[in-house]
Design a protein around this ligand. Sequence first.
Ligand SMILES: [Zn+2]
Length: 194
Amino acid sequence: MYEQYQAARDAAWRALLECNIRALPVDLNQVAEHYAIEIVRYSDCALTQIFDPEAVSGDGFIAKINERKIIFLNDRIKTRGRRRFTLCHELGHGVLGHPLDHIITRNSEADSSDPMEMQANVFARDLLAPACVLHALGVTTAQEIMQICNISKTSAEIRMERLRLLRDRDKFGASPLERQVREQFGDFIRANRL
Ligand SMILES: [Zn+2]
């Protein structure tokens, strides 16, 4: 399980680097574009004619159609932070190369015991709210994380808890990938330090 966690975390750091993300909130369209993943909103298409109603009932899902990876996003979910998390979770499935022949609909930010769901959540959190950047900014509350990263209160609280844990263990910059991320955000950190 720890190896799967690590793989998802490293994939998030690599994505930040490869997509040349240098500021928060992370521009998810830029990430999707880089990996040639298309984003379609529920209201843009007659989904129920293509998928069964069960699949389209949740927050969103990713599918492979004619060799293209497409994320379907429920734009009836009004909370922007939650939509962003869903989008990033689905990007995680796409970037991590999870099999997409079976549609798994997402409808909660809670952790799941399924390893691929766990990986997609880890990817989403580490991409939307990179701990090393938040640490360097001097973030101390979930409220700050919510605003800086444009994520929901739920995600921000989970992130703040994680940040406290990492600070207690003094666990920053142990991975070369993480140090590169910190460097790439250098200008942003200097301009936005709290
Ligand atoms: Zn999922």
